[in-house]
Write a protein of this length. Structure first.
Length: 414
């Protein structure tokens, strides 16, 4: 396995590997590549690279079986197959990516499966220092000391505090959950609309609070969500009321208006690799028996973060079909265009786009997006259901609409 640092690097590795194999006329070595979505390279204008296309039609779900066969010996990956990939035949790993903490453990541990004839493993790391890998693995070696742990009683305290605000009642939670937990694989458009309708009065109650109270309520709700998500993995909760409040609170958090003081991530620019120097730094084994491991710490305080997601901004329908295996047509593009036009005509959205950076405009559009889809769900229920039931699909669509709406408004304004 070759662990690359990005989708672009995975594509370039695949092209280079296949070219080298062909030049050397090797008949017993073939490579597979694993990355999400589609990507274009400046070196190949007009060409779009996808996992399926570069693997000769092999689908992502087929890669593990193909790699296990005698036909393929090399797997080039960008984020995929670095965790949860159980292949005993995997012996050697080339690492061209920064690995840290649990990610280092999970990635390198792909090699620790045993099979007949496999007596050792080998790692060639181009990026990480031995001491970094030592620090990542040491807490899990031989004996794992445990630091301060989470107190389950905190969950009961938070639950009590949330109801004390009187923004919602137990009846509100039960009514919402009666719809959410219906025994079916997915909810209908009408049911999604009803769920939002039930949350709207709570949002109005929230808006009536003073700003410090708003932040305190949001913080308590976020803490309850994160703490329940953690504790539910290790404690067999029999309290269905906690599960209901967790499900209800998770969706309520998404609809709460964002604070104007909410922190944003601002990247000043991009870094482009111009030169690459290859130098052997070290060779040997990392002795985990030396030193003392730091204790693993449980959830004693709860925080939140906002992950970034880089998504292609052109040919949305093609990207969705390639990434998610859907079969949308160009006619479906009209649905997204209508959403964009409706957003541009909205005075609140328009004013926000004109006076904010794209990063600061993001939470404004997030607040309006679900209602925009609900208003037009009759126009294309198939896309609407994908957006409502598939968070990853929704994120890709949102990134495209965000750029389209923001750029359209500001081009008109200028």
């Amino acid at each position: 396995m070759v662990v690359t640092r990005s989708r672009e690097h995975a594509v370039k590795y695949k092209l280079a590997f296949d070219k080298y194999i062909q030049e050397k006329a090797y008949s017993d070595i073939k490579s597979l590549v694993a990355f999400s979505g589609s990507i274009t390279l400046d070196e190949f204008p007009g060409e779009t690279f996808t996992e399926v296309k570069m693997n000769g039609g092999i689908k992502s779900s087929e890669i593990p079986d193909k790699f296990a066969s005698d036909a393929y010996q090399v797997l080039l990956v960008a984020n995929k197959f670095q965790t949860g990939f159980d292949q005993p035949l995997l012996h050697t790993m080339f690492v061209d990516k920064r690995l840290d903490g649990v990610q280092a453990v999970q990635t390198l541990s792909r090699l620790n499966r045993t099979t007949i004839g496999k007596e050792d493993t080998f790692v060639l790391d181009f990026v990480n220092k031995p001491e970094d890998i030592y620090q990542a693995f040491k807490p899990y070696y031989e004996k794992t000391p445990v630091g301060e742990t989470a107190d389950p009683q905190q969950l009961n305290d938070l639950s009590y505090q949330l109801y004390e605000w009187q923004l919602f009642s137990q009846d509100d939670v039960n009514q919402w959950c009666e719809i959410w937990f219906r025994p079916k694989t997915s909810l209908t458009g009408g049911e999604h609309k009803k769920l939002n309708t039930l949350l709207d009065p709570i949002i109005e109650n929230y808006k009536a609070l003073q700003d410090p109270d708003k932040e305190q309520f949001r913080s308590q709700l976020t803490s309850f969500r994160n703490l329940y998500l953690f504790l539910a993995q290790i404690i067999p909760y029999q309290d269905s009321e906690m599960e209901k409040l967790y499900a209800y609170g998770r969706f309520l958090l998404k609809k709460l208006p964002r604070s104007t003081q909410a922190p944003k991530i601002d990247l000043s620019g991009d870094i482009e690799l111009k030169f690459y120097r290859l130098e052997k730094i070290s060779e040997g084994k990392i002795d985990l028996k030396e030193g003392k491991a730091e204790p693993l710490r449980g959830v004693t305080a709860v925080g939140t973060r906002q992950p970034d997601k880089e998504v292609p901004l052109s040919k949305l329908i093609d990207s969705l079909n390639e990434y998610f295996g859907t079969n949308f047509t160009l006619a479906d593009q009209l649905f997204f265009e209508q959403i964009t036009e409706t957003a541009i005509a909205n005075d609140s959205i328009k004013q926000a786009a004109q006076v904010n950076t794209k990063e600061n405009f993001t939470p404004v559009l997030e607040k309006h997006l679900e209602n925009l889809f609900i208003e037009r769900m009759d126009g294309n229920e198939k896309i609407f259901m994908e957006v409502m039931n598939n968070e990853e699909f929704k994120a890709v669509v949102f990134e495209k609409l965000l750029s389209s709406i923001y750029e359209s408004i500001n081009s008109e304004h200028s």
